[in-house]
Structure formats: structure tokens, C-alpha cells
Design a protein around this ligand. Structure first.
Ligand code: MN
Length: 724
């Protein structure tokens, strides 16, 4: 590669910015040349060749003069004796800040590879928020370094190529710079996986003749038909990028012979969007489309602003190929991304709140402050950076995009933190679905909430976005802390009582605070929390609160009885099939018994009411079938529930004794019993029983029925209209 000359850069920049401040560029060029004098690159070329090449890339990206000047100066602080102050005195604050930003990103010593990467990414993201040009210069710098990577030692080649794939490619993708992304991927691919690269390249080379004639044939058909229909468009045919073919092979675990659609076409219309859809119609008329492969990124642009129609079709001889249809303007954006919107004329360099394309950036900054573990940060960033796989809608028609595999919970958190916390269920396209359900393109998602409800820990096992993950963790940590504070307080209070001291008094006198700070806890609550978590024993606290003489009076307490720490409630529970976290309660009208067949009904605000399947009220509710949901029992072993039973019988002596003994034989508790005499020597006995489940109740009822003189036995269902 011939060395870039300064004149090449000037020529390039004047093409799109005739009023560019060439004098500034010349000064930067001279300054950089002087500072790097005598330095040599691994290629043997003078060092200046590198800043020149970087500046050229920036000019080709049509950035402003400042960016191009920074390209020339980007290594002077890092690699020469020049100071920041010196650069500032020559070039002013703007340029110096960007140069310093670029320098900062390159210098982070860390121990593990993953930490380096995560930290690098954090810094880059923060730098981007300061001035997006920092990252654009850094990308150009990396691109040139990748182009000259073969001069490095193999080990370094691998490290730099890996970092490029892991950090730069996702960022460049997110910034929508398609052209640079492809080149970076290509360069990283051939250095990281030289064998795969070679064999793939050879295979494609072997097919070259066939491919070329196929491309020619299809291109001609496309051109002819566009012209015939008066659509002015440019048609391009090509073998897809090697790295994207390779990724597809890996993803689908297939060989190149099985990658049938490695040839792709583009139809780039001159002007309007309507032409794109018209072209699509023509194409689908020529060849059969594969339905699930059609994607309308024009109606639903990717978060990086990419727009295009994608369709895959089958030719008559069975060849599958992809066609992308877009306008010239869309094409430009797909190649240049952020550089295309971020015009060189614009003065502002810092993204403002209104800039939709920078929203993700702001969110990332917000999240990266919450995530502590670099590996987790890295993981979620990668997911978020590629976040454009699934497009869904809110009930109001707002588009929300998610990484593949995202769930309803991710959706809820993407709208609002509280919506996520209080999510108890959801409907997709009007149908109730489990919270774990993964989102699909075009889904309309409606979140069902219940005030006061909180996230459950197992949500963490299936959420995909870093936002949802960090919000759930925050909530859980907060709850855990609250509980530990409360428990810690109780433990300390109990221990103090043994010595006839009151926690309240000690708190008001500030003595607890004093001890807390002695033990390294900034606040009283931190001390309680440590006690609650068991990191500190009440005894340790007491030894600082009370004089030793007083402590000796009583021996150390016995270990706490577990029930004080956690009392498990025995309760009647149901589980909604597939929804572990839905809030449920029993309808008062029928108060179903375990084992009985039950039905859930989604109420407006109170979660799911559980009715017995025979509940008379349920019939009234069933008209809204969308709100009925399947539920099943989940019981504690030693559970029992109250059931009312009425017995209509002949009023003879000894009847009550017979009834109670029949019930006692079945090991059943009678909680209450009343008797009412009726006309004609009949009576009505009313029982309140403790019953295990429906089978238990059935046995009781049939045993009661077998008693001579019993006319009818009925379970009492309340007829109140408790529908909600
Ligand atoms: Mn550099």
C-alpha cells in the first residue's frame, strides 16, 4: 500500500466540504510530522504514514475538519514527548480534548483479558458521550492498524484481531457503519481463523465461474424488469462477505455446500420509498419468495437506522438468493451510519437528549454504572449492541426492539422500571402467555401488572437485556437488605433484652451509631444489615455497648432457634400453569378445595382469582374467554382448609353423635357445628370442617350419606357475586 500523501487528504475533503479549513489541517500535518520524526512503524515506513492513513479514512467517512485534524494528531500525546498543554496551545481545546480522549482509551492496564475488554468498552462509551468524534477517530485508527496487522507478531495479531471482533465490530455495527464493519470483520477473520478463511476463500474461488454467470443472469433479469416498470434503480450482485458466510455456517452448523444463499443482490432505487415496494412486487412476481425470510426494515428501521427490504427467493432451477431493496439515501446510511447523519457542517459534537440515535448510548452509560462485574457487563453489552433481532409493538403501536430470546419481562422493563417490577402476566397478540415466553417479530405485547408486586429471582434465569437484569438485581438487593436490616435489628434487640437494655434507647442516645462506626459501618442500618446477614454477631456488638462486668453476668446465648429466623407459612397455593409468579387469590364465592378442578380468571387489578370449575359465578365470567387461564394446585404437605357442609336429616335422637363419630373416623377436625330444627321432624346440621383436599371431602360426604336418617349432604357454596 502506497503511503497516503497530505494532498490526497485535502483533495478528499474538498470534494464534500469546499470551505474546509485547509490551513488548520496543514498545521496539524506539520506538527504531527515534526513530533513523530524519526519514529518508524513495524512496516518500516515512517510513523507519519499511520496518522496520514487515519486522517484519510476520516476524510473518506466525510467527517468534519476537526476530526480529520485529530486523525493527524491522534498519537502525538501517547507516542511522543508532546504534552497535552502544548497541543492545546497550538490547536485549542476542542481538538485537544478529542486527542486526549483517544489517548485515554488506549491506556488501561488490567489483569484479565475480559477485564481489559470490558474496561475498554466502558471508557469508549463514556468518551463517546463526551464527544462522538473520539470514537470515530479511534475506529479509523483501529481500521488502519488492522489493515497493517500482518506486520505484527502472530500473538499480537491474534490479540488485536480478537479485540476488534469483540469490541470494535459491535460498536461500529451499532453506529451503523456497515462498510467499515465489513472490512474490520474481514480483516479480523483472516487473522483469527486463517485456516477457515483460506478454505472458505478457496471454495468460493472454485465456484467463481458459476457464481459470476449466475450473478450476471439474475442482474440482467432484474435490470430489464425494473426498466420495463419504469423504476429507476441500480442493481448489484455479489458474493456475500466471507465472515458473514462463515458465521452462518457456525450458527447453523453447516458446511459451505449447504450455505445455499451466499449470493445476494441489491436493488437501489433512485428516489422514493414507494419504488422499493414496487420493486419488491416485481421481484415476487418473477420468483417465489420464501415467506418467513421477508423483512421490512423500512417500516421498522433497526436501532442503528438501517433501512431496507430483505427478501429471499427461489429461482426456477432451485437457487435461493437474497435481494435487498432500498433507496439511495438508505444505502448511504447503511454504509456510513452515524457519519451520514452526523454532518460535518453541524457544530454540535455532544449528543443531546433529542437525538434518537444516541438514546442507546445514554442507556448504556446508565447501565454500565450499575453493573459491577466486568464479565457481566461485557456480556450484556454484546447483547445490547446487537440488539436488533426482534421487533415488537406496545398496544399503542410503538416499536420496541430486542435481542433474540428476549422475554415479556425484558419488554416490561424496557418501557418502565416499575412496569417490570409489577409485571404479573402478559398478553401477546391478545392471548395470555407465560412470562418466560420469548418475543417474536410483530408481537403486540401488553403487560399485566399488580401494584405492590415485585420481581422474582428466577426471572434472572431467562431475561436477556442488561436493563432488565440490572433492574431486577437492584430490586432483589434492596429487598434483601431491607429484610436483613429488620432481622439484624430483631437479633440485637433480643440479645439486649437479656441484659435489660432497650434498643430504642440506645438508638436515640446515638450509641448504636457510635458502635457501628467503630466496626466500620457508616450507618446504623449497615450494622443491622451485617447482623442480619450473619457477618457480625449480636455478641460482638454488645461487647462494645456494655461494660465487660455486665456482659459476664450472663452466659452467651444458645444458638437461635431457626423459626425466629424464618417462619415458613403453610398456605393453600395454586400455580398458574407456566407462570410461577402470578399473584393469585381464592374467590370468596366458591373457595375451592385442593384437588378440585379449578379455573383462573384474570381480574383487572388484583391478579388472578381462583374459582372452582363448578362455581356458579364463573359462568358469568366465562364470556370473556381471553381472561380465563389454566391453573393447577401446588400444596404444602400438611395443609388443610375450612369447608362448610350442611346436612339435611330426620330429627331423631342420637343423629348428631353418629355424624360426629363418622367424621372423627376419617380423622377430620370439626371446627364448628350448629343444628336447626325444621318442620316435620326434620333438621339441618351445619358443619365447619378442616379438609385436606377434595378426595377427603368426598369420603366425608359419602360416609355421612350412608348414615341412616341422613337425607342430603351438601357442600355450602356462597352465592355472593364476587366477580371482579
Ligand atoms: Mn494510532
Amino acid at each position: 500500500m502506497a503511503m497516503v500523501r497530505f494532498e490526497d487528504i485535502v483533495e478528499e475533503i474538498l470534494r464534500y466540504n469546499p470551505e474546509a479549513d485547509i490551513d488548520l489541517l496543514r498545521r496539524a500535518y506539520i506538527f504531527s510530522g515534526k513530533e513523530h520524526r524519526g519514529q518508524v512503524r513495524l512496516s518500516g515506513e515512517p510513523y507519519l504514514s499511520h496518522p496520514l492513513a487515519v486522517a484519510k479514512i476520516l476524510a473518506e467517512t466525510r467527517l468534519d475538519v476537526i476530526s480529520v485534524a485529530v486523525g493527524l494528531l491522534h498519537d502525538v500525546i501517547e507516542d511522543t514527548l508532546t504534552t497535552r498543554e502544548e497541543v492545546e496551545s497550538y490547536f485549542g481545546a476542542d481538538i485537544t480534548n478529542i486527542v486526549a480522549g483517544v489517548t485515554k482509551i488506549s491506556k488501561i492496564p488490567f489483569t484479565s483479558q475480559e477485564e481489559i475488554q470490558a474496561e475498554n468498552l466502558r471508557k469508549m462509551i463514556l468518551a463517546m458521550v463526551d464527544d462522538i468524534r473520539v470514537i470515530l477517530v479511534k475506529i479509523a485508527d483501529r481500521l488502519h492498524n488492522m489493515r497493517t496487522l500482518h506486520f505484527h507478531m502472530p500473538k499480537q495479531q491474534e490479540r488485536i484481531a480478537r479485540e476488534t471482533l469483540d469490541i470494535y465490530v459491535p460498536l461500529v455495527y451499532r453506529l451503523g457503519m456497515g462498510k467499515i464493519k465489513s472490512e474490520l470483520e474481514y480483516l479480523a477473520f483472516c487473522h483469527l481463523y486463517p485456516e477457515s478463511y483460506q478454505s472458505l476463500k478457496n471454495k468460493i474461488e472454485k465456484e467463481r465461474k458459476v457464481s459470476q454467470s449466475f450473478i450476471k443472469k439474475i442482474t440482467r433479469i432484474l435490470e430489464t424488469n425494473m426498466r420495463k416498470n419504469k423504476i429507476f434503480a441500480k442493481v448489484e450482485g455479489r458474493v456475500k462477505h466471507l465472515y458473514s458466510i462463515y458465521q452462518k455456517m457456525l450458527r447453523q452448523k453447516i458446511s459451505l455446500d449447504e450455505v445455499y444463499d451466499y449470493i445476494a443482490f441489491r436493488v437501489i432505487t433512485n428516489y422514493n420509498v414507494a419504488d422499493c415496494y414496487a420493486a419488491l412486487g416485481i421481484i415476487h412476481n418473477l420468483w417465489s419468495p420464501i415467506p418467513e425470510r421477508f423483512k421490512d426494515y423500512i417500516a421498522m428501521p433497526k436501532p442503528n437506522k438501517y433501512q431496507s427490504l430483505h427478501t429471499s427467493v427461489i429461482s426456477k432451477d432451485g437457487n435461493v438468493f437474497e435481494i435487498q431493496i432500498r433507496t439511495k439515501e438508505m444505502h448511504k446510511i447503511s454504509e456510513e451510519g452515524i457519519a451520514a447523519h452526523w454532518k460535518y457542517k453541524e457544530k454540535k459534537s455532544t449528543p443531546t437528549a433529542e437525538d434518537q440515535e444516541f438514546l442507546w448510548l445514554r442507556q448504556m452509560v446508565e447501565w454500565q454504572q450499575e453493573v459491577k462485574d466486568p464479565r457481566e457487563f461485557m456480556h450484556s453489552l454484546k447483547v445490547d449492541l446487537y440488539q436488533d433481532e426482534v421487533y415488537t409493538f406496545t398496544p399503542k403501536g410503538m416499536v420496541k426492539s430486542f435481542p433474540r430470546g428476549a422475554t415479556v419481562i425484558d419488554f416490561a422493563y424496557s418501557i418502565h422500571t416499575e412496569l417490570g417490577h409489577q409485571c404479573v402476566g402478559a398478553r401477546i397478540n391478545g392471548k395470555l402467555i407465560p412470562l418466560k415466553t420469548t418475543l417474536k417479530n410483530g408481537d403486540i405485547v401488553e403487560i399485566i401488572t399488580s401494584p405492590g408486586h415485585g420481581p422474582s429471582r428466577d426471572w434472572l434465569t431467562f431475561v436477556q437485556t442488561s436493563r432488565a437484569r440490572s433492574k431486577i438485581k437492584q430490586w432483589l438487593n434492596r429487598k434483601e437488605r431491607e429484610r436483613s436490616i429488620e432481622l439484624g435489628k430483631k437479633l440485637l434487640e433480643k440479645e439486649l433484652k437479656r441484659y435489660h437494655h432497650s434498643l430504642k434507647k440506645l438508638l436515640s442516645k446515638g450509641e448504636i451509631r457510635e458502635v457501628a462506626s467503630q466496626l466500620g459501618h457508616p450507618q446504623e442500618n449497615d450494622l443491622f444489615s451485617a447482623l442480619g446477614f450473619g457477618n457480625l454477631s449480636p455478641r460482638q456488638v454488645l461487647s462494645r455497648l456494655l461494660p465487660p462486668e455486665e456482659l459476664e453476668k450472663k452466659e452467651a446465648p444458645k444458638p437461635l432457634h431457626p423459626p425466629l429466623i424464618r417462619r415458613r407459612l403453610v398456605e393453600k397455593k395454586v400455580r398458574v400453569k407456566g407462570h410461577d409468579d402470578l399473584l393469585t387469590y381464592f374467590a370468596r364465592c366458591c373457595n375451592p378445595i385442593p384437588g378440585e378442578s379449578i379455573v383462573g380468571y384474570i381480574t383487572r387489578n388484583r391478579g388472578i382469582s381462583i374459582h372452582s370449575a363448578d362455581c356458579p359465578n364463573l359462568m358469568n365470567l366465562l364470556y370473556d374467554t381471553a381472561r380465563v387461564i389454566e391453573v393447577e394446585w401446588e400444596l404444602d404437605k400438611d395443609y388443610s382448609c375450612p369447608v362448610e357442609v350442611s346436612i339435611y336429616l330426620e330429627d331423631r335422637p342420637g343423629m348428631l353423635a353418629k355424624i360426629t363419630s363418622a367424621i372423627a373416623t376419617l380423622k377430620t377436625n370439626i371446627k364448628n357445628i350448629t343444628q336447626k330444627e325444621l318442620e316435620g321432624k326434620k333438621a339441618l346440621v351445619h358443619l365447619l370442617l378442616e379438609v385436606k383436599d377434595i378426595n377427603h371431602l368426598r369420603k366425608i360426604v359419602s360416609s355421612l350419606r350412608s348414615i341412616k336418617g341422613v337425607i342430603e349432604v351438601k357442600r355450602v357454596l356462597r352465592q355472593t357475586l364476587a366477580a371482579s
